[in-house]
Design a protein around this ligand. Structure first.
Ligand SMILES: *Cc1c(COP(=O)(O)O)cnc(C)c1O
Length: 450
């Protein structure tokens, strides 16, 4: 059979010397070109008969571009869920990222004490700020809250027992299962109570000489309603401490301060007034920062955690430290209103109305949109039942078209949700800077949709 390709294959070295390739990595170009030439030789690629050397250069360059495409792309979150785990959870203020460039773009004092010129403490930078904000004795930061849970249990309860209520043996998105993490840490899980009811006496009756920790886990993504009873962590603290057992709360999300959108959820400030032994929570949930696990509590316990070899594997890098430190600084100096997550969660209906109006004023086919009240959730495993009022732009379209519409928006980088068969753009999770972008995506999609 006659070969399909009649393209003349140039000599590799000469081909790679072409001006179009100057400044590019020759190693990468060699691999891409070899592969292309091989495909031509084996007829596994079909090229038009007029393919010349210039066209081959274009092919190599487009394959290089394809490889170098950013896989992590920006999206506009119009789902209304502010802490959307699939969309990167907490947004980070752009100015924080800009400042980071200055502080850690080059060398920095990550583990260096400038005063005495000796090796310094990696966590020192964060501890001072966390202790001030939380009102705790000491704190340490690890990779995420899952690591925090693991590290705490491993440090204090490996080979010993940890008491947990049956109603709190939860699974959190991305397969974080409390019983499995406990098992991996080396502690023996001692389940107490029933699914719907756990009493203080259940904790007390479960104590043995092997008991190391009384652990409470925030239910995060579900609620138990009806005939229920649980022991709040504030009550567990004195209970455990009177028996010389460590009280520990995996708080999951946790807001530093009280806020109307928190419902009856306890804030970190309030929690630490009860002098707990240990609390851990995520950096990228209600705190509104970067992925991290924050462990806070008694100094002597944190000291022991710092001695655990595993900390070396779970520690955070300077990028994380810089974002977290700058977020905490904002809290200290300006309060929660300087944090993007909180700005979004506390946004008023009036403000969202203005946002909708701005979008509408830039959309050509205005008649396709209407404004309506809706409700959403904070997300990220915080406040599972607590609805937050919100405002949305509703796309007036045949219900049959909703799936198709949401897909078109998604392909343009706008993630919406469907409510009662209509696509809605929830303003709760949309930032002012994104409004014109939203309008332009709507214009593009409505044009195609004609
Ligand atoms: C979210 C959550 C975790 C996991 O936290 P990551 O920071 O995602 O590792 C653990 N426990 C609870 C209760 C949570 O809500």
């Amino acid at each position: 059979m006659e070969p399909k390709n009649r393209t003349r294959i140039p000599q590799l070295g000469k081909f790679l010397d072409r001006a179009e390739f100057i400044g590019l990595n020759r190693q990468s170009l060699t691999e891409i070109t070899r592969k292309l030439f091989e495909e031509i030789r084996n007829d596994t690629i079909t090229l038009s008969p007029d393919t010349d050397e210039n066209r081959l250069v274009q092919l190599v360059l487009s394959r290089l571009d394809f490889l170098c495409q950013d896989l992590l792309v920006p999206l506009i979150n119009a789902t209304g869920i502010v802490l959307h785990t699939n969309l990167g959870r907490s947004p980070i203020e752009k100015s924080i990222l800009d400042e980071m460039q200055e502080s850690i773009g080059n060398y920095c004092n990550l583990e260096f004490d400038i005063t005495n010129g000796k090796r310094g403490e990696r966590y020192g930078h964060l501890t001072k700020k966390l202790s001030f904000l939380l009102g705790c004795e000491d704190a340490i930061v690890v990779n995420n809250n899952a690591s925090a849970v693991f590290l705490i249990l491993n440090t204090f309860a490996s080979g010993k027992e940890t008491i947990v209520s049956r109603g709190e043996l939860v699974e959190i998105g991305g397969s974080f299962r409390v019983p499995d993490v406990m098992h991996a840490s080396g502690t023996q899980l001692k389940e107490i109570g029933t699914t719907n009811k756990t009493k203080a006496s259940d904790y007390l009756n479960a104590i043995t000489p092997e008991t190391a920790i009384m652990m409470k886990v925030h239910r995060s993504n579900f609620s138990i309603v009806g005939f229920t009873q649980e022991v709040p962590f504030e009550e567990l603290i004195p209970l455990a401490q009177s028996k010389n057992i460590i009280d520990y709360y995996d708080a999951g999300s946790l807001s530093l301060y009280d806020a109307p959108y928190l419902g009856d959820e306890i804030s970190a400030r309030k929690l630490f007034e009860f002098a707990p032994s240990l609390v851990s929570f995520s950096g990228d949930k209600l705190l509104g920062s970067v992925q991290a696990g924050i462990i806070a509590g008694k100094k002597e316990l944190i000291k022991k955690i710092k001695k655990n070899q595993l900390l070396r594997m779970l520690r955070v890098d300077k990028l994380t430290m810089a974002v977290l430190e700058k977020t905490l600084t904002r809290y200290i100096k300006h309060g929660p209103n300087a944090i993007k997550t909180h700005k979004l969660l506390s946004k008023s209906l009036k403000c969202m109305e203005t946002q909708s109006d701005i979008i509408l004023s830039h959309v050509t086919h205005k008649h396709k949109l209407s404004i309506g009240k809706t409700s959403t959730y904070a997300g990220g495993g915080s406040l599972p039942q607590h609805q937050i009022e919100s405002l949305a732009l509703i796309i007036d379209d045949h219900p049959k078209n909703a799936e198709n519409m949401i897909k078109k928006l998604r392909n343009n980088g706008l993630i919406a949700r469907i409510e009662k068969d209509h696509v809605v753009l929830d303003m709760r999770s949309i930032d002012d800077e994104e409004l014109l972008n939203v309008a332009s995506i709507l214009n593009t999609v409505f044009e195609e949709h004609q």
